[in-house]
Design a protein around this ligand. Structure first.
Ligand SMILES: Cc1cc2nc3c(=O)[nH]c(=O)nc-3n(C[C@H](O)[C@H](O)[C@H](O)COP(=O)(O)O)c2cc1C
Length: 389
C-alpha cells in the first residue's frame, strides 16, 4: 500500500513535508504546484518550491518528493518538465485539479477537465520531452461542473503516458465540500490500465478503509487529514497490517491510534526550527497558528493553545508557550533546522540528517510567493506537438 502526502499550495510546503514525513507512514510526497505560463522557469524557482531537490529529492526523513507543474501549454509544460527532471526529482506530476479562479482563467488546473484532447496532448508532449526514465504522473478531479467526462479525462491522461493517476473524488464545482465520491474513483480505476490513487476526505482510519472499499484502490493520498493528525498514515498502516494478520473489530485487538500530543512535541519543535530558519519574522506566528488551527480538529491541546495565542503576533512567544524555553530556542536568527533531534526522539525513529543548504532555501515571504518571472521563453521547438492529434 502506498500512502502519498498531498500537495497543498500555501499550506503543505517543504517545512510541513519534513515534519509529516518524520511522523512516519508516508511513501511519497508531491510538491505544491509550480505554475508554468509562457516562460522557461529558472532553476531557482524549482528549488524554492522543492528545496528537497538539493538533497536527492527526498525529505530529511528520506521520503521521495515528486515535483508538480500546473499549466495549459503543452510545449511550455514540456520544456519546464524537462528542466525540472534535470534536477532529479522523484518524477514529475501534472495538475488537472486546481479550482482557483486565477489559475482556471488562464486555462490551467481543473479548467482542463473540459478539454480531454488537450490533456492528452500535454501528457504526450511532456512524456516525449523528459529524459527516459522520468516518471510522469497526473492528479485530476472528476470534472468541472459534473463528472460525466471523468473516465474520458482519465483515459486521455493514461493514454498520453501518465504512469499513475491520483483522483480527487470531487468536481471543481464541488470544491472541498464533503463528501468525496470514492465510488466514482472506482469507475476510473476500472477504465484505465495505470495505478489509480484515491484522494479526498480521508480524515480517519475508518475513512481510509471505506475509501479503499468503495474505490477499489489500495493506494491513497492524504491531505488535510494528515495535517490535522500527523499520526494518520501510521494508524492506517497499523490497521491494514492488523487486518491482514487476522485482527479485526470485535477480536479485542487494540484500535490503531495516531500520535498523541506528547508524541507531537518533537515534531512541533522541528516545525518551529524550520519556521525560524526559513520564514521572515513577521510571518512566523501566522505559520504556527495555521498548523495549530488544523491540529485542533484532532487534538484538544491544540485547541487550548490556539485559543490562548490566536491574537499573538510574535512567533517566538507562541513557541515559548508551546515548547518551553528549550524548545523555543534562543531569540534572534534560527539555528540549523532540527539539528538537536536524535533518531529516538522522533515518532518514526528516523535519524535527522541536516540537509537544507541555505543556498537553495530562500526566505519564504508568505503564501503566494511563487511569482518569480524570467525572460526566457519556452522553446518554439520544431515538431512540438502543439496541433491536435
Ligand atoms: C490549501 C490547499 C492547497 C492545495 N494545493 C494543491 C496543489 O498545489 N496541487 C494539487 O494538486 N492539489 C492541491 N490541493 C488539493 C489537495 O491536494 C487534495 O486533493 C484535497 O485537499 C483533497 O484531499 P483531502 O480531503 O485529503 O485534503 C490543495 C488543497 C488545499 C486545501
Amino acid at each position: 500500500m502506498n500512502l502519498l502526502l498531498a500537495p497543498m499550495e500555501g499550506l503543505l510546503d517543504a517545512t510541513l513535508r519534513d515534519v509529516l514525513t518524520r511522523a512516519g507512514g508516508i511513501s511519497r510526497c508531491v510538491s505544491e504546484f509550480i505554475r508554468v505560463t509562457d516562460t522557461l522557469l529558472p532553476e531557482r524557482v524549482f528549488f524554492r518550491v522543492m528545496p528537497e531537490l538539493a538533497d536527492g529529492g527526498c525529505t530529511p526523513a528520506g521520503v521521495p518528493v515528486r515535483g508538480q507543474l500546473l499549466g495549459s501549454d503543452p510545449v511550455c509544460l514540456a520544456d519546464n518538465a524537462a528542466r525540472l527532471a534535470s534536477l532529479s526529482p522523484h518524477g514529475v506530476d501534472l495538475n488537472f485539479g486546481c479550482p482557483a479562479k486565477v489559475v482556471n482563467r488562464h486555462g490551467g488546473g481543473a479548467a482542463l477537465l473540459d478539454e480531454p484532447e488537450l490533456m492528452h496532448r500535454i501528457l504526450r508532449e511532456v512524456c516525449r520531452t523528459v529524459p527516459a526514465g522520468t516518471v510522469v504522473s497526473a492528479k485530476m478531479r472528476l470534472g468541472t461542473q459534473d463528472d460525466a467526462r471523468a473516465v474520458e479525462c482519465a483515459q486521455a491522461l493514461a493514454e498520453g503516458g501518465a504512469k499513475e493517476l491520483v483522483v480527487h473524488g470531487r468536481t471543481k464545482l464541488q470544491g472541498y465540500r464533503p463528501p468525496a465520491h470514492w465510488d466514482r474513483i472506482g469507475a476510473i480505476r476500472e477504465a484505465v490500465a495505470v495505478p489509480v490513487v484515491a484522494n479526498g476526505e480521508i480524515w480517519t482510519v475508518d475513512d481510509a478503509r471505506r475509501c479503499q472499499a468503495e474505490s477499489g484502490c489500495t493506494d491513497l493520498m492524504l491531505g488535510r487529514g494528515m495535517v490535522c493528525d500527523p499520526g494518520l498514515a501510521l494508524a492506517v498502516r497499523a490497521a491494514v497490517a492488523g487486518e491482514s494478520a487476522g485482527e479485526g473489530a470485535g477480536t479485542g485487538a487494540r484500535a490503531p491510534t495516531g500520535l498523541d500530543w506528547a508524541a507531537l512535541q518533537p515534531l512541533l519543535a522541528v516545525f518551529w526550527d524550520r519556521v525560524r530558519l526559513h520564514i521572515v519574522p513577521r510571518h512566523q506566528a501566522g505559520r504556527l497558528k495555521q498548523w495549530l488551527n488544523l491540529l485542533r480538529r484532532h487534538h484538544p491541546e491544540a485547541e487550548a493553545a490556539y485559543q490562548a495565542w490566536r491574537g499573538e503576533t510574535d512567533g517566538r512567544r507562541i513557541a515559548l508557550g508551546l515548547l518551553g524555553p528549550e524548545g523555543a530556542g534562543p531569540g534572534g536568527e534560527g539555528r540549523t533546522a532540527g539539528a538537536r533531534y536524535t533518531a529516538g526522539s522522533l515518532p518514526s525513529g528516523g535519524a535527522f540528517v541536516p540537509t537544507l543548504s541555505p543556498r537553495h532555501v530562500p526566505v519564504f515571504q508568505g503564501p503566494g510567493d511563487l511569482g518569480v518571472r524570467t525572460q526566457e521563453r519556452c522553446a518554439d521547438r520544431p515538431g512540438a506537438a502543439t496541433q491536435d492529434v
